[in-house]
Design a protein around this ligand. Structure first.
Ligand code: 26W
Length: 801
């Protein structure tokens, strides 16, 4: 099927007419009185109109050919802004800019007026968004299912250097991309009891809410295909108690409403530690049950035999958050459709796939059987039944392995056993999933665990966010790399010429100049675009080691002060990221970075040689600004801890060189780009385990590095907290005595690697070559490659294009 741009029948004049029509009839404004919001809405509706054609065509085609569909279940979709991305994929970004110009409107300003859809915490949520775009680009018939949180990830401010959270409000203005579907509503039950009627188990829930659908079309590259992101909002099943209301008891009257609305009110802002909160379990079941009811309804519209479900339906669980899908699908098949348990389990396994995104033990979901059984009594029975089925079928299963152990339901084991494939998200991570996370289950089910290395969409993360570089690429290898990213390898030939390397450096320089203007305007810090832009942007976690970065920054600052007239490479250290509100240590690290910045940025001795910038409220839109302007990509997690990383891939694509450990997908980046184009340092995952076994590892490392010793001393003495000299005593004490993430043990190697960075940066042409080679060899990290692989190895789905 071909829905090329010509099918959109678009000319600048017709777009102009459409925008004017929406301004008048949708927004009810004339051009003289329209605000930037009105213009944005008018443009968004005009663009949305153009997506509807391909969207209907895709749906009809899928129905018509009875194509197998993919259902991607995720508690998070970190989408960011939609308008510019949609114009890019429809091939009308420049037309839109021109037409808005005719109205006297600045396209950039309009694009930036759109709030980010921040329905996710970090990597897992952003991956889901990239996957949705790639599935649309590849013509893989798919639905994304998630929750329409009223409030996305909190807004971050700094007060006296400390993180302060405020609620986020993306739905305050009308969200123009969604279509409400009040007619698509499902009842979701909770609690209550299980009754036996005529030898059958029947769940009688004690509470219920409606899940109603909100659909956002997701259009792929060149508008050839569009899928649906279906987000569920919770509605009360009974509006309010009129009798209580009439008695004047207004709060009590609204109780059922309050209860329901709470379910889709906020995104849990924690991706660090699993906390056994009942509301979270309810949210997970709310998403999953609504999705499965919708999937079965759609299947049964055109099929009778539920045993054929796995031939038409592939369901992917984004981590264990929707892992209740196993028991819920079995419940629907057995209780509502009368299938035998064993058959229902077989069908369920045939449909489900499970992606693991973390090995951190504190992030692995497990629910107290008390909570689980209370909220989902029927599912508790089914979980026990799955577990005993598995124990009996696999008598070699060790006694300590199982879904229910020590009065807890382990969601990882549940997801594993109810799926036909389990995958990790990078080669190293998948290896560790086999060896460390599920060694016994892996032995019982050889071949079930596979690897699917993550990727990112090059439309948003190169074409859209980096116009100078994408222009240069198209100018030298032509168009067509956008959906065939391996073609970037063709750049290797031009990279051999000095002229091309100069152009590459110029494109980077344009982005850096824009960023330094933005930093000046928004942060009040003046930074030179000729300095080395060294960037670490990601959630703040101990394992990601922002602490290592800031400690080395202090060491560097101290060295410049000792010898200010040496030939230093000017550096701008840029940080971005949020800490989970309850993660005290991460918040201390944020404060330390801000405190160090305060001192360093005001030091007349180091002046422009070193600046530290930490803009608050890092999000997708900020990433789009920072990544194209970066020289150095900080990927410095403790080896074995970062499952994959996806920011690392975005930096590489945009011509930043990585300083990094052998962790997650860094391993594969290094393999693609070669050691000569990567600043590698640090302990390997195996060495980390060995090193940790030495109880004195930190002390030994500190005592053998004078630089680290000095840095810790300065921080402990209050150099960066003159108003409260003991502020960082605990933090320094932890480095000395409980350095679980081996900051001290990797410090010297990191410090040395940073010196190698400076040496290369001093040779601009060599730096340009390295940077350009990173772009040229980033093709493997397109999420198109990842999705093709999921399609053939997990989903058994072909392209409908
Ligand atoms: C239940 C609390 C909770 C919530 C979210 C625990 C853990 C999570 C996520 C699994 C954390 C996450 O986002 N993981 C990241 O997933 C990315 C996409 O695969 C990887 O690139 C990152 O390395 C991984 O940290």
């Amino acid at each position: 099927m071909e829905n090329e741009l010509s099918n959109l029948a678009l000319t600048p004049a017709s777009l102009e007419t459409s925008i004017r029509r929406h301004l008048t009839y949708t927004m009810g404004k004339d051009a003289e009185h329209a605000s930037i919001y009105d213009w944005r809405m008018a443009l968004s509706y005009a663009v949305r109109d153009l997506i509807v054609g391909p969207w209907f065509a895709s749906t009809q085609q899928t129905y018509g050919t009875d194509h197998k569909r993919v259902y991607y279940l995720s508690m998070e979709f970190l989408i960011g802004r939609i308008l510019e991305d949609a114009t890019i994929n429809l091939g009308l970004r420049d037309v839109a800019e021109e037409v808005m110009g005719r109205f006297g409107q600045d396209f950039r300003a309009i694009v930036e007026d759109e709030p980010d859809a921040a329905l996710g915490n970090g990597g897992l949520g952003r991956l889901a968004a990239c996957f949705m775009e790639s599935m649309a680009t590849l013509g893989c018939p798919a639905f994304g299912y998630g929750i329409r949180y009223e409030h996305g990830l909190f807004r971050q401010r700094f007060e006296g250097g400390r993180q302060v959270e405020t609620p986020e409000d993306w739905l305050k203005q009308t969200h123009p991309w969604e279509f409400a579907r009040p007619e698509s509503a499902y009842t979701i039950g909770f609690k209550g009891q299980v009754e036996t009627r005529g030898g059958k188990e029947v769940w009688v829930p004690g509470e219920s809410v409606f899940a109603t659908a909100y659909d956002t079309p997701v259009v792929g590259w060149k508008g050839r295909w569009a899928n649906t992101l279906r987000l569920w909002g919770a509605q009360p099943t009974t509006m309010f108690d009129l009798e209580r209301f009439n008695r004047g008891d207004y709060a009590a009257a609204a109780e059922p409403e309050t209860l329901a609305r709470t379910l889709s009110r906020v995104l849990y802002p924690d991706d660090t530690t699993y906390q056994g909160k009942e509301l979270r379990l309810k949210q997970e079941f709310f998403l999953t049950s609504a999705a499965l009811q919708d999937i079965l309804r759609r299947f049964l519209q055109t099929h009778k035999d539920l045993r054929l479900l796995p031939s038409k339906v592939a369901i992917q669980m984004n981590d264990t958050h929707p892992a209740i899908a196993g028991p819920e699908l079995i419940r629907l098949l057995v209780d509502d459709h009368g299938l035998p348990f064993d058959k229902a389990l077989e069908i369920t396994q045939g449909c489900l796939g499970y992606t693991n995104h973390t090995l951190l033990p504190e992030a692995l979901e497990k629910w107290a059987t008390y909570t689980f059984g209370n909220v989902l009594p029927r599912h508790m029975q089914i979980v026990e039944r799955i577990d005993s089925w598995h124990r009996i079928k696999y008598p070699a299963r060790p006694h300590y392995v199982g879904i229910v152990k020590h009065h807890e339901v382990r969601m990882g084991e549940l997801a594993f056993i109810t799926s036909h494939q389990v995958n990790g998200v990078s080669a190293l991570h998948s290896d560790l999933v086999k060896k460390n996370l599920f060694p016994e289950l892996n032995a019982l089910h050889p071949g079930r665990i596979i690897n699917q290395t993550n990727g990112v969409t090059p439309r948003r993360w190169l074409k859209m966010c980096n116009r100078p570089l994408s222009g240069l690429i198209s100018g030298s290898i032509g168009d067509g790399w956008e959906d065939n990213l391996d073609r970037l390898r063709e750049l290797e030939k031009p990279i051999k010429s000095k002229a091309f390397r100069d152009d590459f450096a110029k494109a980077k320089r344009v982005n850096k100049a824009a960023l330094s203007n933005w930093i000046g305007e928004t942060q009040g810090i003046s930074v030179s675009p000729d300095a080395l832009f060294d960037v670490q942007i990601k959630r703040i976690h101990e394992y990601k080691r922002q602490l290592l970065n800031i400690l080395q920054t202090v060491a560097h600052w101290d060295r410049i002060r000792q010898n200010p007239n040496a030939n230093w490479v000017p550096r701008v250290k840029i940080f971005g990221g949020k800490a989970a509100p309850g993660y005290a240590v991460a918040k201390e690290i944020i404060r330390l970075i801000n405190d160090v910045a305060e001192v360093v940025n005001n030091d007349p001795v180091t002046g422009d040689l070193l600046k530290i910038v930490y803009p608050a409220n890092y999000n997708v839109s900020m990433a789009e600004r920072l990544i194209p302007a970066s020289d150095l990509s900080e990927q410095i997690s403790t080896a074995g801890k970062e499952a994959s990383g996806t920011g690392n891939m975005k930096f590489m694509m945009n011509g930043a060189v990585t300083i990094g450990t052998l962790d997650g997908a860094n391993v594969e980046i290094l393999q693609e780009v070669g050691e000569e184009n990567f600043f590698l340092f640090g302990l390997t995952a195996e060495e980390v385990t060995k090193r940790r076994a030495d109880p004195d590892h930190a002390r030994k490392a500190i005592e053998s590095s004078q630089a680290l010793m000095d840095v810790l001393q300065m921080i402990a003495e209050g150099t960066f907290s003159p108003d409260q000299k003991d502020r960082y005593h605990d933090l320094v004490h932890r480095v000395w005595h409980h350095d679980y993430f081996l900051v001290a043990s990797d410090f010297a190697a990191y410090d040395k690697a940073q010196m190698r960075v400076d040496a290369v940066f001093n040779d601009p042409d060599e730096w340009a070559r390295m940077a350009a080679m990173n772009t040229a060899r980033s093709g493997f990290f397109s999420s198109d490659r990842t999705i093709r692989s999921y399609m053939s190895e997990i989903w058994g789905v072909t392209s409908a294009l």
